[in-house]
Every structure is written in structure tokens, then in C-alpha cells.
Design a protein around this ligand. Sequence first.
Ligand code: SF4
Length: 404
Amino acid sequence: MQIYSFLFKWKKNCQPIFKKNVSLQSVRTMYVCSNQLVAGLEKTKKKCMSQIENKLEISRLLRNWYQKHKRELPWRESSDPYIIWISEIILQQTRVAQGMDYFLRFTGRFPDVASLASAEEDEVLKYWQGLGYYSRARNLHAAAKDIMERFGGVFPQHYKDVISLKGIGEYTAAAIVSFVWNQPYPVVDGNVFRVLSRLFAVDTPIDTPKGKKAFTELAGVVMDPEYAGWHNQAIMELGALQCVPQNPDCGVCPLKERCMAYGAGTVQSYPVKQNKTKTRDRYFHYLYINYKGKTWLSRRKGKDIWEGLYEFPLIETDRAVDFAGLQETDAFRRLFAGAGKLDVSVGLSGVKHVLSHQILYATFYRIEIERENEALQSFLSVPVEELDKYAVPRLIHIYLEKLE
Ligand code: SF4
């Protein structure tokens, strides 16, 4: 009877929200349903809360680990967005150990936005020489000029302004605004992909738009927004030092209790990649032509690799050919028409140079000519001892080192 008296009361209180008078039976059904709903919501709420706490705990564990294990690096001492920007762009193409010298040299010569913006492009490329991806150096230069013009030389603080700069994508923008101003933008680089895919056993391929979106969302959920910069650096560092591609030492990982891949013994199955990138083979024949202490260079133009860098006269073939085959090409005949007797030696052969989507097979020939001919006038004549003044691709640099 007690339940009926309660239901009467409940009906009376709730009556205003009913359109018409309803039976006690209907009220009872509604009451039971609403109770189930409330219980269900409570359960969902509890589940959500425990998930949030779990994610915050992950962030806390990461930050603690970072405090103890982080590497001391010069850009970590800085809260200058320019310094963070340069370090991030350099680290996108090389490991910390190799990138350190480049960083110190580059920021030594261009210590701020203004000095970079006012430099000649040739000099910027020279300081970038050896790092590859020269479009990034050109973008740095263009963005520095843009900061001078649009923001009066002050590095912008808003994410939307930072990402509007040439060469700055989501990752770099998030790194700059979170490291410097603790803004809650999650970073997602290769290290973060690896940690998150293993931690939550996510098998969505990371090299697809769907994967990028899913991991960016996940990175945002795991990040404690109160400590965005600290968290971002910690998760990247964990990927670089602990959750490494091959044989991570999971036994000492701060996340091992929560890591789904570790728990399932499937660490090496993550991250998953679709790997649809095709590589293209190219065959380069470089001609280091010598005449009375001079040689010749040309500057690469167009949208192909190494735009703006210098190289020796180049003949590219669509397959591997030896010197006899090279001599048969129209390009070779045109280049040496009227140059007299050629004294040829092979400088370097079979050099395999791997770029992101291309594999270059290069041979360098040293060719002494008898006369300076007309074809060479379309190239830049350079005294041999001044070759090191020009910004050249890594591949040419390898040959120049051998010449020394
Ligand atoms: S337990 Fe192993 S796989 Fe999981 S996050 Fe740590 S290092 Fe990576």
C-alpha cells in the first residue's frame, strides 16, 4: 500500500505536466521508467567520470615521467615562440642528435624573426644545407617576412594566426601555442600516433584522413587542458624515448598498467599504416666539369625537388645507364659539343639517395674539357675553391666531401 500512496503523491506533483488525467497504472509505468532512466544516467555519468579520471591520470603519469626523464635541450629552456618554431621545423626532418648543430648554427646566425626576414634566401638555404626538405627553409623565410609585415615583427599568439603562416600546419601551430602559452591544442606527431595507438589499441591506419582525425580527437581527450604544454611535451618525449618503434621497454613504462596493446601482447602491431605511398626511381648523372680551375653549376627551378639549390650539370635518364650509354644521349652531345677531348673519370657511382617519395641513383663524373664551349654559357661559372659558398643538396655535398 505504501507504494500506492507514494505513487498518488508523485502523480499529484507531476499532474501539471500531464496533458490530461492519466490512470494510476500509467503513472506507475512512468515512474518505473523514469527511475530506470535516472539510474541509467547515473551509471553513464559514473562511467564517464571514471573515463575522464582515467584520462587525467594518464596525463598526470606522463607529466611525472617527463619531469624525471626528459632530455635537457636548448629550446626547452626557451619560451620564445621563434625558437620553438625553428626547433620544431628542424626536428621534423632529423633526429635530436643531428638536429642540435643545425639548430645552434641557424639560431646563432638568425636569432629572431627580424634577422631571418631580412636575410637573402641563398644564405638561409646555405644554413639549411644538409637538412633536406629545402621548401621548409624557404617557408620559414617567407613566414618571417609575413610576421614582420602582418604582425609588426611580433610572433602571433592566436592559433588561427599562427597556422596562417606559410609552412606551419596543425602540428607545429599546436606545439608553439601550447609550449609557449599553454593553450589547449593537442599535438599529434609520429611519436604521439605510436603512443596513443598502442595505449588504446586503435587499429585505424594513421596515414589516412580518418586516422588523423580520430587520433587528433583522442590526443585532445587524453590531454589535461590545465597542463597542455607540459602534457604535449611529455607524450612526445615518451614516444621518442620509451614507446619507441622497435622493442619498447614496456616493463618500465609509466603507462603499462593502462596500455591495452601491452596487456594484449600486441605492441608491435601498432600503429597500423595503410602504406599506399608509391616511390619513384630516378637516375641522375652529375657532371663535375673542370677547365682552368673552374667548374659549372646551375640553380634548380620549378616544383621538382631541391628548388633554389645549386648542382652540377645534370643528365637524368629513365633507367640505369653506364658512361657509354650516357654519351649516346642528346643532352650529353649538346653539352659537350665543341669542348674538344674529354678526360673522364668516375668520381662516385651507385650512390643510392632515398627521399620521401623518390629513390635517386646517382653517379658523379669528373670531366676535364679541352675548351670552354658555348653550351656552358647557360651555366654559372664558379672557381673550384669557392664551391662551398653555394647551397647544395645533401647528395652533392656527399660528393664535395669526397673531393676534399
Ligand atoms: S606499455 Fe609499452 S606499448 Fe604501452 S605505452 Fe608504454 S612503452 Fe608504449
